[in-house]
Design a protein around this ligand. Sequence first.
Ligand code: AMP
Length: 304
Amino acid sequence: MKIIREPHEMQQTALTLRDKAIRIGLVPTMGAFHDGHVSLMRRAKQENDVCVVSLFVNPLQFNDPSDFERYPRDEAADLEIARTVGVDILFMPSAAAMYPPDAQTFVEVTRVSQPLCGRHRPGHFRGVATVVAKLLMITLPRRVYFGLKDYQQCRVVAQMARDLYFPPDLVFCPTVREADGLAMSSRNARLSPEERRAAVVLPRSLELAQELFAAGETNPAVIRERVHGQLMTEPLAEVEYVEVVDAQTLEPITEITQPALVAIAAHFGRTRLIDSVVLTPPRPEPEPSAPDPLDISDVPGRAK
Ligand code: AMP
């Protein structure tokens, strides 16, 4: 595995590979690897010729400096995991290289960045969009891999890629969970044993949303209230938001007739966790169509 720290060296390497028609699959990460990251790396390896993983704890997406300071970092373990998975290039730039003092360019995706986490973490998605745009220009991937665990991030990146005509295919991968259902997250390492036990209320409350929806509930306000009620049963959970919104636009809805996102954020002590699920209404049965009077394929004696 090659480790590259300089953006220009990474870009030169990517250009050389591209000239040889070697396809790069990129997995952007902030490190402290777990099986969620590994699932993205494996997929990038499978579907491309070269797997590049970027490891960069992006200061621009932390609205709270103390959250940035406390973000889990474990470079030695990460190198080991990346090597074991067979990552070809680990790109680990410094903050000074990614954001030189004279940098003046930022990427802002408007509407889809505003609700949910955007409302509670001002500037977060501007930081995400800016760093992803830079990483794409530096690594020139054919495909780039994101986890649906960070659903709004996926929507923001998809909107940016569409608006700016970014060439790579975006691949959104399912959320990998612990045995008890808790979504894997680097931040889980920060939970005390009691908080870790309490955090299972997140997937439990999303399961409740799925059960209600499966039983015919299509009123987002009812689902939201019930999910909120379930979260409130856990004394260690401090709920930041529960929202049921259109899964595409992330805007409010009054009834679930299209795929809807149930998104939650809650603090357990000093650790903020998010999770979400998409509720997809079944497609209506197609109306039995009247026989086509011009269809003669079944007329005996006619050539089929
Ligand atoms: P992070 O290092 O947390 O910024 O995550 C890097 C990438 O891994 C992002 O695209 C995340 O959405 C994705 N990811 C994080 N946790 C999971 C998970 N539990 N399952 C699948 N993908 C994940």
